[in-house]
Design a protein around this ligand. Structure first.
Ligand code: ACO
Length: 367
C-alpha cells in the first residue's frame, strides 16, 4: 500500500469538487458560478442568492418568489421570541445563532415552486437570521424587538430592526455589497465543516450550525471583530508601526492580515477599502480608518522585509464599514454568518447530490 498523504492543515490538498465559486489565490480573483465579484456587487442581493444556490440567474418570477418567501419567513413567532429571551444574556451572538437555529421548525407550507425541500429549509433558516440578530440586539439594550416590515427588502429590514433607525439608501447599498462579497468562498474552514457534517447525512440545520460554529474562531470569521478591536486598541495611526513590530517580535498574529489561498491582496478587501474610506470621512471613524491604513502599511513593510506574501484579507476593512452602519463589533461575525449561510446552503445541496462520507485517517504516534 502507498504511504498515505500526511497534511495536518490540508493546505493545498484538494478534497472535493465544486461549481459554486472559484478562488484564484495567485491572481486575486473570486467568482461565484462563473461571475466575478466585480459584476456580482452590481446585482440585487436576492439575485446573487439565487445564482449561488441554483447555478443560474433567476427569472423575474423566481426572484419575486424568493423575495416573498424570505419576507414571509423573516419574522419570529411568539415561541421563537420566547426561546430567544431565554438564551443567557452574556452569550456571544455567534453562540446565540448556534442555540437558536436548531430550535426553528424549517418546514413550511408556503414554499417556492421547483426547489427542493432542503433548499427551502435552508432558505427559511437564512430568512430568520436577521430577525434573530436584530431582536437579540434590542433585548441586549433592554428594549423590545422591532417588528419586521414584510414590504421592505432584506437588508433594509435588517438595518431598521437592528439599529431602530431607517437606513439611508447608501447604507443599504453598502450592506448589500458587503454581504454579496462575503456570501461564498469555496472550501474555507466553515464551509468544509458544513460539508463534513452533510457527509454523515445529517439534516441541513445541523450542517448550517456546524459551519456557523466553525466560522466563529478568530483565525476565520471571528477575525472581523478581532481586527476592529485591534485597531481601536492601537488608537492612532502614529502608534501603528510600533504595534506591528511588537506583534511580529512576539509572534502575535495581526488580525485581518493573511490568507491561506490569497498570495496578493484579497479581492474583497480591494472593494471594501474604498467603501470604508467613503463611510469613515470624519472624526472618530476617520481616525479608525487611518489607523487601519497605517497598520496595513506597517505590515506590508515588515512582511516585505521577511519576504512573506501576507496581505489584507476581507476582514481588515469590513469592520470599519459595519461600524459605520451601526453594527457593534461583537455582532460582526454573526452578520457575516447572515450572508455566508447562503453559501453553506449551496454547498449542502451540491454535496448531497453526490454524497460520500468524509473520514480522513490519523497518523497514530503511540501512547
Ligand atoms: N500576522 C502575523 N503573521 C502572520 C499572519 C498575520 N496575520 N498571517 C500569517 N503570518 C505568518 C505566520 O506567523 C507564519 O510565520 P512563520 O512561518 O514564521 O511561522 C506564516 O506567516 C504562515 O502563517 P500560517 O498561519 O501558518 O499560514 P496559514 O496559511 O495557515 O494562515 C491565516 C492563514 C490563518 C488566515 C493567517 O494568515 C492568520 O492567522 N491571519 C490572522 C487571522 C485572520 O485574519 N483570519 C481571517 C482570514 S479570512 C477568513 O477566514 C474569512
Amino acid at each position: 500500500m502507498p504511504n498515505p498523504v500526511y497534511s495536518p492543515d490540508l493546505a493545498g490538498i484538494q478534497v472535493g469538487e465544486t461549481r459554486i465559486s472559484n478562488v484564484e489565490g495567485i491572481d486575486g480573483r473570486l467568482s461565484y458560478r462563473g461571475v466575478s465579484i466585480d459584476e456580482l456587487i452590481k446585482k440585487p442581493f436576492v439575485r446573487v442568492v439565487w445564482l449561488v444556490l441554483f447555478g443560474a440567474e433567476p427569472t423575474v418570477e423566481q426572484e419575486t418568489s424568493l423575495q416573498s418567501f424570505m419576507a414571509l419567513h423573516s419574522s419570529l413567532s411568539a415561541e421563537e421570541l420566547s426561546l430567544l429571551r431565554s438564551v443567557p444574556e452574556r452569550l456571544h451572538p455567534m453562540l446565540v445563532l448556534q442555540c437558536m437555529l436548531p430550535m426553528i421548525d424549517p418546514d413550511t407550507e408556503h414554499g417556492i415552486d421547483g426547489i427542493t425541500d432542503d433548499a427551502q429549509r435552508g432558505l427559511l433558516l437564512a430568512s430568520k437570521i436577521p430577525s434573530l440578530l436584530a431582536a437579540r440586539h434590542q433585548l441586549e439594550k433592554g428594549k423590545e424587538p422591532i417588528k419586521v416590515n414584510a414590504h421592505l427588502p432584506f437588508h433594509e429590514n435588517f438595518l431598521m430592526t437592528f439599529t431602530g433607525r431607517a437606513p439611508t439608501s447608501s447604507q443599504i447599498r453598502m450592506l448589500d455589497v458587503t454581504q454579496i462579497l462575503q456570501m461564498e468562498h469555496s472550501f474555507n474552514a466553515s464551509t468544509f465543516a458544513g460539508r463534513v457534517c452533510a457527509s454523515t447525512l445529517a439534516p441541513i440545520q445541523s450542517s448550517l450550525v456546524a459551519a456557523i460554529a466553525t466560522l466563529s474562531g478568530e483565525l476565520h470569521g471571528g477575525a472581523d471583530q478581532a481586527a476592529l478591536e485591534m485597531a481601536e486598541r492601537v488608537g492612532t495611526p502614529s502608534a501603528a508601526a510600533k504595534f506591528v513590530a511588537d506583534c511580529l517580535a512576539d509572534k502575535v498574529k495581526i488580525m485581518g492580515m493573511g490568507h491561506r489561498e490569497y498570495k496578493v491582496v484579497d479581492p474583497r478587501a480591494v472593494i471594501l477599502k474604498p467603501m470604508a474610506e467613503a463611510l469613515c470621512s470624519s472624526g472618530e471613524s476617520k481616525n479608525l480608518f487611518d489607523t487601519l491604513v497605517a497598520i496595513e502599511a506597517a505590515c506590508q513593510s515588515e512582511f516585505d522585509k521577511k519576504g512573506k506574501q501576507i496581505w489584507a484579507n476581507v476582514e481588515f476593512y469590513k469592520g470599519a464599514v459595519f461600524h459605520q452602519l451601526g453594527i457593534p463589533a461583537h455582532y460582526f461575525t454573526s452578520v457575516f454568518a447572515m450572508a455566508r449561510v447562503f453559501g453553506y446552503i449551496a454547498h449542502y445541496l451540491e454535496f448531497s447530490a453526490n454524497s460520500k462520507l468524509i473520514r480522513p485517517s490519523a497518523r497514530y504516534v503511540g501512547v
